[in-house]
Design a binder for this molecule. Sequence first.
Ligand SMILES: CC(C)(COP(=O)(O)OP(=O)(O)OC[C@H]1O[C@@H](n2cnc3c(N)ncnc32)[C@H](O)[C@@H]1OP(=O)(O)O)[C@@H](O)C(=O)NCCC(=O)NCCS
Length: 215
Amino acid sequence: MSTNLYPPLNLKVITPRLELHGATDELLAQLLPVVRGGVVAGQPYPFDDPMSLYEDNPVRERKWLQAIWRGRGNVHPESWRLYFVILLGEQAVGMQDLIGVNFDTCQTVTSFSWLAPSVRQQGLGREMRAAILHLAFEGFGAAEAASEAFFDNLASNRVSESMGYQPNGSDWATRRGEPAVLNRWRLKRDDWAPNRRSDIELIGAEECKAVLHIK
Ligand SMILES: CC(C)(COP(=O)(O)OP(=O)(O)OC[C@H]1O[C@@H](n2cnc3c(N)ncnc32)[C@H](O)[C@@H]1OP(=O)(O)O)[C@@H](O)C(=O)NCCC(=O)NCCS
């Protein structure tokens, strides 16, 4: 798909440590070896069902790509999803998604992310969440960001807590068929603003607003 036909493919969020680039097919191809190698390192399982990354190869990579391609076409005023590849220099190391949930009426978003197992626990998870929050609040004028993580996903829960999200109850979901409790988190715009970063650059955000129905 030409990046000119779908402006989110031209989006970039640049921080001093890493860059989020709209997930073009070329970048997905660069990330494919990581997906092939495995994103789920073992228990506790981090993702709720259904999840391509739990599948065996080659179903895993096909379903992973198909979900992203579907997401490009599934854009409505109340529901959209932007997919970013995380670049560390030239190296594609993970994904960060921004998901609009009733954005037209409530200006709310949620997010989803993963990193290659080899680059975890180096502060990149926090940095990419800070980047996507900057796009949501600064670029798109979001009012609130949500996040969910299974109770035993220490890294994801800690990222949310350390970014200033407040606990927002819990829910149940299944992972690989087994039920488990999800912690729910919310970060209001007023709680994000005091910690707003001045070293994150947005490229191409304005051009995405029309296609995402953002006023
Ligand atoms: C979630 C994820 C993106 C976080 O990225 P990361 O780079 O590993 O996290 P960071 O290095 O930024 O660490 C963030 C915090 O979590 C803590 N942390 C990270 N991994 C941890 C672990 N395995 N156990 C306990 N604490 C952990 C860090 O110490 C840090 O805490 P601090 O702010 O108090 O210093 C990454 O771990 C991942 O890809 N996990 C698998 C997929 C996943 O869980 N996705 C989210 C689904 S909801």
